[in-house]
Structures are given as C-alpha cells and as structure tokens.
Design a binder for this molecule. Structure first.
Ligand code: SF4
Length: 420
C-alpha cells in the first residue's frame, strides 16, 4: 500500500509544508490552528476541542511497534470494539480499520457490530458525533485525537446559524405560500456539527450527503420556497446549478455581515442561500490543473468531488462523492488514466488498489486534510490499550436533546427519494 508518510518523507519539497513529516502530537499542545495540511491557513474557532499530551511511549514507538500493539489490543478486545477508517485517513491507520468508507457509511457500519461497546472513529469530530447519534446509549464513540476537527464544519457554528435564521424569519415571515411551501427550509451537509443537524431537525430541515444532495434539495423545494444551505457553499452551488437554479438566485450568506452581505431584494428572489463555508482540501483544485492533466495525458478521465469550486466541477468530466469516485474507478473495464480531485490519501489508495489504471491526484502538491492528519497509529494504540485496561478516553458525546432533533433530520434524509 502507498503511504502518505513515505511520500512526504521522501519528497518533502513536493508537500505543502515540511511540518507534515512531524508527528501530529507536535501540534497538540499550544499550537493555534488546525495543524499542517490543507486547512493550516483557516481560523480555528475558540473553544474547539484540544488534545492533551499523547503519552511519550506512543510518540517514541516505531510504526512497527505501534502496529503490533494495535493488533494485540484489537485481538484482546475482539467484538467489543469496532474501528472505523475514513477514506481520507492515512494508510497506517486504515490498515487497522474494520470498515473503510465515507462518514455516513461508517456511522451505519458500526451498527452492524451489535456487541461493540466502543466505536473508535478514525475520522474527524463531526463524524464521531454522527456515530454517537446513531449508536446505542451504552456504546462509547471514541475519537483518537480530539484535535481532529473539520475546518469546513467549523465555519458554521450554531450561534451564527441561529442569528441568520432570526434575520431570515424577520425578512420572510413564517407563513406558507399558496402551495403550502414555507419561506425557507434549512439543509445541512453531513459535514457539520451535531448542533446544526439538530437545528435542521427542529426547524423542518434535513441533512444531505455529497451522494444525495440533489435528492435532498428536491425534497426541500417541494416543501419550501427556498433553501438555506450550510456549511459548504460549493456543494450547494454545484448541486443547485445542475438542477437549473440560476447563479443570481444563489446569494452567499457571510455570517459577519448584516443580512449575510446581501440585499433584501437578493434574498427575496433567492432559491438557495449559500453559507460562506468551504473545504480547504477541495479548494486547492483548479482549472489549470485540469488543463495540465489533459495536455500531459490526452484522453484522461477527470473526476472531482462536488466540494470543489464550480469552475473546477464544470471543467471536469464528472463530479461525485467519494463513493461515486471509488465506484467509477472500480467499474472501468479498460486500462484508464484518471486524474482525481479529492483528498490525496484516498487517491493514492485507489492507485495502489487498481494498478491496471493510471491514477493520480490533480493537485501535484501533497497536501492532505489537516485534521485527518491528526490521527496517527500512536493515538489509535493509546485509546485501544486504555480500553483494554478498562478506561474509555476521548469519548465524543452528543446531548440527548440535540441527538433527538438531529435524528429527525437524518431520518428525513433517509426517507427522501429521488422524484425521477
Ligand atoms: S477533507 Fe475537508 S470536509 Fe473533509 S474533513 Fe477535511 S476539511 Fe473537513
């Protein structure tokens, strides 16, 4: 298997920062920000979870020793633990995962191991929250490094969204139109805090994933005159544009400005109000990179994630979720050259798994997700060995009230079906 550690160590000049070669524990104490990687320039909100010092024995251990200790702890725990690995996670961690997938696939996969007392989520904070919402009360969801947040999810906090909602309610009122459609339906991307999923549940809204965003928007347009979409502007814009919504009817909501920076007329005419959020991993992809790939590899098939900016999605051959990308590569029967616009760990893993194809990341600079990077085998060994010792550490919990509201929004998503 390819390894991001190996790539970064052997070609440091081709990574976005040499700090990636250091252990993530270097950044756990006292370092502001998300740590090295694509989100390193983003502003981390005050009050974000912090990770304390990883015990020195795990920092000093070699990868071989850590792998041995992880395997031994898992063998001792047996079905009492399930380890989940996100597609964007480094190979050194993924090799220990019982399930590999996107955030929602993983939260559901955990439910197929009913004897698991602990769900160790090798992903980021909002994913662990979703797993806790769907888990039984007696199951503990563990995030090996508490600093593994998500810069995009952090761009929409519950206070700012509540404030936005108040302004929109004052502008639109609450009365339905002649077709029974309420003025605005809130839609949150799965990549958001449990508090925002709860907000949607409480306010007639719904959750979407990058796989079902169009179906969810159809659901919302049947019930509302317009949609407030958060936190990812790009997924919202790319999806609504593909459904025929004109760009001028998609104003942006900047939470730092009155009325989000739009005029009352713009908002009155809006079909989709886009929150000012983005993923710093997918923002790195550009039309120039696609042009270079096409020049170098005539006939290349370019697939990008819909979190990429609209011009990139427009210039690509296809756009789809991580699951879509994986299935598209797996389904190619002839040797094919793929240029892929998503997180580099996933792209390198596809390249190793499908050697009959030429597969490369559109971004020539190795720049992984800063927060996925914070999970390392050292933390996984630590939380598992504490479990063996009878101690649950780094547990992620969602309050019962928020979880109940969030479950409503998630259930609406599961019930939403394409209309064609
Ligand atoms: S890739 Fe982007 S959306 Fe996914 S966890 Fe990282 S910052 Fe968040």
């Amino acid at each position: 298997m390819s390894s991001i550690d190996t790539i970064i160590r052997t070609a440091p000049a081709e990574s976005c920062t040499p700090e990636l070669a250091q252990g993530p524990w270097t950044f756990d104490l006292g370092t502001p920000g998300y740590g090295p990687g694509a989100s390193m320039g983003d502003v981390i909100p005050t009050g974000s979870p912090r990770q304390g010092q990883l015990p020195g024995e795990y920092q000093r251990a070699s990868n071989d020793e850590l792998h041995e200790r992880i395997r031994a702890a898992k063998a001792t725990l047996g079905e009492r633990v399930v380890v989940l690995g996100h597609f964007y996670q480094r190979d050194e961690v993924v090799q220990h995962a019982d399930f590999l997938g996107d955030s929602f696939q993983l939260a559901n996969a955990a439910q197929t191991v009913p004897n698991a007392e602990a769900i160790v989520f090798c992903g980021v904070h909002f994913m662990a929250e979703t797993a806790d919402i769907l888990a039984r009360d007696d199951q503990a969801v563990i995030l090996p490094n508490l600093a593994a947040g998500c810069s995009m999810a952090d761009m929409a906090d519950i206070d700012s969204v509540e404030e936005c909602w108040e302004q929109l309610t004052a502008l639109y009122g609450t009365e339905p139109d002649a077709q029974g459609r309420v003025p605005v339906i809130p839609v949150t991307y799965m990549n958001s805090s449990a508090a925002l999923k709860g907000f949607c549940g409480r306010n007639g809204g719904i959750v979407c994933t990058s796989s079902n965003a169009a179906t969810v928007l159809e659901w919302a347009f049947e019930r509302g005159q317009r949609v407030l979409f958060f936190p990812d502007q790009h997924l919202g814009r790319n999806t609504a544009k593909a459904m025929g919504v004109p760009l001028e009817r998609m104003p942006m909501w900047n939470p730092n400005k009155p009325l989000g920076g739009s005029t009352p007329d713009d908002l009155a005419d809006a079909r989709v109000i886009l929150w000012h959020g983005f993923c710093s991993v997918h923002k790195r992809f550009s039309v120039d990179q696609i042009a270079r790939a096409r020049a170098e590899f005539p006939g290349v098939r370019v697939i990008v994630h819909p979190e990429c900016p609209m011009p990139v999605v427009d210039a690509a051959d296809e756009a789809g979720s991580t699951d879509y990308i994986r299935k598209a590569v797996a389904a190619a029967t002839e040797p094919t050259t793929f240029a892929i616009g998503t997180e580099v760990n996933m792209v390198n893993r596809l390249a190793a798994e499908f050697p009959q194809h030429t597969i490369f990341c559109l971004d020539p600079v190795v720049c992984p997700c800063s927060t996925m990077y914070r999970i390392h085998p050292g933390y996984l060994a630590w939380v598992l060995e504490r479990l063996v010792a009878g101690e649950v550490i780094n547990r992620i919990t969602v309050s019962p009230e928020v979880a109940a509201d969030a479950r409503i929004a998630l259930e609406r998503m599961l019930a939403a079906r394409p209309t064609v």
